[in-house]
Design a protein around this ligand. Structure first.
Ligand code: UDX
Length: 437
């Protein structure tokens, strides 16, 4: 099939590359000429495990191309994916200017029957708006379909190639057949394509992300209560996760969720609710709790240093909002850097992938270490923000004598309490007792 993908951000690039891998001819369109130039030179613009290999293969084979010219990019395309940003506007609602702008441009240049697919996360009713905009100037038949993505950063290629399910919102039989053909290679294992109307598909995406954000937040609140009642959140997680109605995943308590999706989507869904005069109380609480959770370790840290962090050096392991990505959007690390600096502390950071992105935002306000151990040299305490595998089993012998105080504030519960006691650390984590040396 001939496919166009408009927008080569994270979702667009993964979608385009993966559909090229299943044998389609894909052209990706972006207004950013520097990005397109880089991609045309065979260089990826995002870090995503496994994407480089299929990107290289498909660009070499000529199945994956990039252009800044929309008309050229969509020429002869049977389907056009819209993978454009929907940043939150001032009131928290998703801003549709990019999507509707492209919809306006598409009308006059469509040449044959085309299926236009909303891949971005968009509020209920967007497919109808996109349809209206295109219809104004279109001379040919077309359908607008809602096909939300459920890609997790870090495992996006796998999520794309082996989806738990594919959700497709359309009432058009013709569009349904096109979508079935397109996704057939990805659902051979028997995972379903779930068809529904456009509005329900749009809502499904928000419901999925809001539910997961709520699940994490619920565990964070249980963790906070565990700290007060002297129970252990790890045991609770195992105790409830084995109930198949609850499920094992997304039950890890920590310093809050971040990233490009959960915070934005929870906020946008709450905004939709309030637009429809519905008071979505749970979502409001989820946002409030998560906000507080991000800097949850700060009071412990302050107390440990008798209320005074001035001149103290704090080493921070992990900057990305989660492992296997360089994405720092809404990352708890950024909030903690801000709080630490506000309290007068110096900050030394290390992350395997996200250093450059942090440098762009934070600049010289923090120091950048070459490796995790360098960050500890002469620091007064260690804080852990991201559960990168290399932080899970550090070389504790190498750590001896580096930190001024053997104290760790762990926002991801990476270590066993008894191990930390044996190693002589004072160890604060989430929802567990404090291990005292
Ligand atoms: C999410 C959704 O999973 C994906 O389907 C959607 O399309 C985009 O948003 P992503 O933001 O890449 O994906 O990350 P995810 O792995 O879902 O984690 C989100 C956040 O929740 C991270 O900050 C992570 O640290 C946190 N989290 C996750 C927890 O705190 N505890 C958990 O148990 C799981």
């Amino acid at each position: 099939m001939k496919i166009a993908v408009v927008g080569t951000g994270y979702v667009g690039l993964v979608t385009g590359t993966c559909f090229a891998e299943t044998g389609n001819q894909v052209t990706c369109v972006d207004i950013d000429s520097r990005k397109v130039e880089k991609l045309n030179k065979g260089k990826l613009t995002i870090y995503e495990p496994g994407l480089d290999v299929i990107f290289e293969r498909n660009t070499k084979e000529g199945r994956l191309k990039f252009t800044t010219n929309l008309a050229e990019g969509i020429k002869e395309a049977q389907v056009i994916f819209l993978a454009l940003p929907t940043p939150p506007g001032e009131d928290g609602s998703a801003d549709l200017k990019y999507i509707l702008g492209v919809a306006n441009d598409l009308g006059p240049i469509l040449e044959n029957y085309t299926v236009i697919i909303d891949k971005s996360t968009v509020p209920v009713g967007t497919a109808e708006k996109v349809h209206e905009r295109i219809a104004k100037n279109a001379k040919v038949e077309f359908d607008v379909v809602s096909n939300p993505e459920f890609l997790r950063e870090g495992v996006a290629v796998e999520d794309f190639m082996k989806p738990d399910r594919v959700v497709i919102g359309t009432k058009s039989e013709k569009a349904k057949r096109v979508m079935e053909k397109l996704y057939a290679p990805l659902v051979r294992q028997g995972n379903p394509i779930i068809f529904m109307d456009e509005r329900s598909a749009e809502m499904t995406k928000y419901a999925a992300n809001a539910f997961l954000a709520m699940k994490i937040t619920f565990m964070n609140e249980i963790a906070n209560l565990c700290e007060k009642t002297n129970a252990n959140v790890d045991d609770i997680r195992r105790g409830i996760g084995t109930d198949s109605r609850i499920g094992k995943r997304f039950l890890f308590a920590g310093i809050g969720y971040g990233g490009s999706c959960f915070p934005k989507d929870v906020q946008a869904l709450e905004k939709t609710a309030s637009d429809y005069d519905y008071d979505f109380k749970i979502l409001k609480s989820v946002m409030k709790v998560n906000e507080k959770q991000k800097t949850k370790l700060m009071p412990h840290l302050k107390k440990y240093f008798n209320g005074d962090l001035k001149g103290k050096t704090i080493a921070l392991w992990g900057l990305a909002f989660k492992p296997h990505t360089d994405d720092i959007r809404e990352a708890p690390a950024l909030y903690n850097i801000k709080e630490l600096r506000k309290a007068g502390a110096k900050v030394v950071v290390y992350d395997p992938e996200a250093m450059e992105n942090v440098r762009e935002v934070v600049g010289k306000k923090v120091k950048y270490a070459k490796n995790p151990y360098e960050a500890l040299q002469g620091a007064d305490a260690l804080m852990i923000m991201t559960e990168w595998p290399e932080f899970r089993t550090p070389d504790f012998e190498k750590m001896e004598g580096t930190l001024k105080n053997k104290v760790i504030f762990d926002g991801r519960n990476l270590y066993e309490l008894k191990d930390m006691k044996e190693l002589g650390y004072t160890y604060f984590s989430i929802g567990r007792e404090t291990a005292k040396a």
